[in-house]
Design a protein around this ligand. Structure first.
Ligand SMILES: Nc1ncnc2c1ncn2[C@@H]1O[C@H](COP(=O)(O)OP(=O)(O)OP(=O)(O)O)[C@@H](O)[C@H]1O
Ligand SMILES: [Mg+2]
Length: 229
């Protein structure tokens, strides 16, 4: 039975896609069966996996709009199973109007649960219906953040939203933890990291001991179409 993990933070550019993408490769290296679902209209994860951007095959949009069976939307590239997004996801909000729209992804994922060990969902930088679908379908949410004051403020908001998801659509959702990304050695960064730890305690989670520093290798790997490992 798969464990479902969303990588989420409504703040943009904190490393959601980078982490979701590399986690999929990490799991695959450990011979675990992993599926990466791109739930962002920017299609960043889809492009990293297969930059043949013209998609004639079904995407996650078709799955959410009940226009295809989820199994038909699964593609494989670089040894990773994934479901691509398409740009029209940006306007899906208005199309998902029926009762139960928060559960569309969960219902579909249920059909894949026995095929995988891990299902990783890359979410958009917004608390939209897409993120609500992702968190409703997940066992865990992993929160990447940068160590700056705007990001800290965002974590507070995100925690409130996670509480709302737990109250209304997914009581079992757990925060896997907060991972600090793009850390540098400035004093400010250190202070903010400490504040973040206190915040994490308040919302009943933890900050992972190993932060991710600002690594040029991450950008290089993406440029060359490779994973960081
Ligand atoms: N630790 C890091 N060191 C250097 N560059 C990084 C690091 N983490 C992410 N980046 C780069 O920062 C940019 C933003 O990262 P990424 O796309 O993963 O963020 P995101 O949270 O998914 O953004 P969005 O909110 O737009 O979806 C990318 O160009 C990525 O290569
Ligand atoms: Mg992203």
């Amino acid at each position: 039975m798969a464990k479902v993990l969303s990588v989420s933070n409504q703040k943009g550019g904190v490393g959601k896609t980078t982490i979701a993408y590399n986690l999929a490769f990490g799991f695959a290296r450990q011979k675990a069966k992993a599926l990466l679902i791109d739930l962002d209209s920017q299609c960043s994860a889809s492009m990293l996996l297969d930059n043949n951007a013209k998609r004639t095959t079904p995407t996650i949009n078709d799955v959410l709009l009940k226009q295809t069976d989820i199994n038909k939307a699964v593609q494989r590239s670089k040894g990773i199973d994934f479901i691509p997004a398409s740009k029209s996801l940006a306007s899906i909000d208005g199309l998902l109007t029926q009762v139960g729209k928060e559960y569309r992804l969960k219902r579909n994922i249920d059909d894949l649960m026995t095929n995988y060990d891990y299902i990783i969902i890359d979410t958009p930088p917004a608390l939209s219906i897409l993120t609500i679908n992702a968190l409703t379908a997940s066992n865990y949410v992993l929160i990447p953040t940068t160590a700056d004051s705007v990001a800290l403020y965002g974590i507070g908001q995100l925690a409130e939203n996670i509480e709302a998801i737990k109250e209304f659509t997914n009581p079992d959702l757990k925060i896997a933890g907060i991972v600090i990304n793009r850390l540098n050695n400035t004093l400010l960064n250190k202070d903010l990291s400490n504040t973040l730890k206190l915040m994490a305690e308040k919302i009943g989670t933890r900050v992972f001991k190993t932060p991710l520093r600002e690594y040029i290798a991450i950008r290089e790997a993406q440029f060359h179409g490779r994973d960081i490992l």
